[in-house]
Design a protein around this ligand. Structure first.
Ligand code: NDP
Length: 456
């Protein structure tokens, strides 16, 4: 008789939890996964996937306009928001089915409900207890909002993906990934979009050239960015919301969305009771093997607030399964993690920003700004930005950044080069694919003069 019901119980069937469970299952471990909402978690059900479908939908508006310069005369296009949401929902249902199948095929047992730790080996779900040798917490995160009067009237990205109708006007508060992406979606679909940011620019932490380039392109597209602004309170009268800004301004709109960050989902898990340490933000503190302060309890993904990206949670989930059941203790390498912002135009980035690189070493900066070929005929006033940051001593490429069409697709490939430690000379020795935007990454020869580099 085994000592426990399972070898591992995973709490949370999102990207990290499902990955760890199914890899562990394939190693022959007896695994159960507990989930109180839809299998697939934030990325599949409330994040990356539905958001990207909305980004794709919104791009058509621009494509129809741009096609005129290529000889097309598109008729009056009509957009049906409920049809888009219904299509998106069908796809999420399909994906949820795929996730159930993946778990089934790995012999992972699914338990519906909210899991709570009773002791280091026992999880209670809906009044029943289940025991396991190891527990994996992968409960993700949830949107957070400042406590201001009227905050109960606002929506978050969760609701934005399921709106019954497209608002005519929307105010989005925040300047991170989510705010910038949704600003692009609603603007392209025809809404009047105001973005309220407390800082002087969007996308804190990104390279300044990227931040400036994206801000300019968003502004050209009609998104109104209110920098260094804060909302004091929100009132609702009928279908209209009034925002009182701390700069004494008033703003009226049809919908207010907050995208002011996310917090780890650790409340109610019973972590305190079993001695699992959390930090000031409520994130589970883990070591390089994702092991918590309790020996047999592990945590992966956003609940640990390390690098909050789906592919990172997947890597962490795989590593935990390898460590516990595959006989290969595995740590995740957090160097050179590429990421993208699906703004319009999108951002792709890997490696260090210029500022971060300069804090480490002397650098050379290569920068190119050009009109994408498509817009020579479309007439659209849009510039692509590409930037390479090179270690002056070693010639190693430390960072690559792009704002422009297909940036995420292009930078994924560039990320392999950085992972391999590529030098600028190796970039230069690579033959370009012509005519593409991507070839610019291997044809930038002129470094910026030192005094200009930092000012870009
Ligand atoms: P971010 O942490 O990226 O951005 C939060 C934004 O809200 C910042 O602009 C911040 O301003 C602002 N903010 C924070 N608190 C307040 C406040 N009290 N009042 C006004 N503004 C405030 O969070 P997101 O919600 O955009 O995204 C959450 C996470 O989800 C990200 O960290 C990312 O990892 C992930 N994600 C990734 C995506 C991708 O890979 N494409 C897409 C979407 C999400 P300031 O800059 O001044 O601090």
């Amino acid at each position: 008789m085994p000592k426990y019901d399972f070898d591992m119980i995973t709490i949370g069937a999102g990207s990290g939890g499902v990955r760890a469970s199914r890899v562990a299952g394939r190693f022959g471990a007896r695994v159960a996964v507990v989930e109180n909402s839809r299998t697939g978690g934030t990325c599949v059900m409330r994040g990356c996937v539905p958001k990207k479908l909305l980004v794709m939908a919104s791009h058509f508006a621009e494509d129809f306009e741009d096609s005129r310069g290529f000889g097309w005369a598109p008729g009056a296009a009509a957009f049906d928001w409920p049809a888009l949401i219904a299509g998106k929902d069908r796809e999420l249902d399909r994906l949820e089915g795929v996730y159930h199948r993946i778990l089934r095929e790995a012999d992972v047992h699914e338990i519906e409900g909210t899991g709570r730790l009773v002791d280091p080996h026992t999880v209670e779900v809906a009044g029943r207890t289940h025991t396991a040798g190891h527990i994996l917490v992968s409960t993700g995160g949830w949107p957070t909002m400042p406590k201001i009067p009227g905050i109960e009237h606002v929506i978050t990205s969760n609701e934005a993906l399921d709106l019954p109708e497209l608002p005519k006007r929307i105010v989005i508060v925040g300047g991170g990934y989510i705010a910038v992406e949704f600003a692009g979606i609603f603007n392209a679909l025809g809404a009047e979009v105001h973005l309220i940011i407390r800082a002087d620019n969007i996308l804190r932490g990104f390279d300044d050239a990227v931040r400036n380039a994206l801000r300019d392109e968003m502004t050209k597209r009609g998104i109104r960015i209110h920098a260094e602004s804060r909302v004091g309170s929100i009132e609702k009268a009928g279908d209209t919301y009034s925002l009182h800004l701390q700069q004494a301004e008033m703003m009226e709109t049809d919908l207010v969305m907050y995208a002011t960050g996310r917090a780890p989902n650790t409340r109610g898990l019973g972590l305190d009771d079993v001695g699992v340490e959390v930090n000031a933000k409520g994130a589970i503190v883990v070591d390089e093997y994702s092991r918590s302060s309790v020996d047999n309890i592990f945590a992966v993904g956003d609940v640990t607030d390390r690098v909050n990206l789906t592919p990172v949670a997947l890597a962490e989930g795989t590593a935990v399964a390898n460590t516990l059941f595959g006989g290969t203790p595995t740590v995740v390498d957090y160097e050179n993690i590429p990421s993208a912002v699906f703004s319009q135009p999108p951002v792709g980035t890997v490696g260090l920003t210029e500022d971060a690189a300069r804090r480490r070493t002397d650098v050379d900066i290569y920068l190119s700004r050009f009109r994408p070929m498509k817009h020579t005929l479309s007439g659209r006033d849009e510039l692509t930005l590409m930037k390479i940051i090179v270690d002056r001593k070693t010639d190693r490429v430390l960072g690559c950044h792009m704002v422009g069409p297909d940036a995420p697709e292009i930078v994924q490939g560039i990320a392999i080069a950085l992972k391999c430690g590529a030098t600028k000379a190796q970039f230069d020795a690579t033959i370009g694919i012509h005519p593409t935007a991507a070839e610019e990454f291997v044809t930038m020869r002129e470094k910026l003069p030192d005094h200009e580099a930092h000012a870009v």
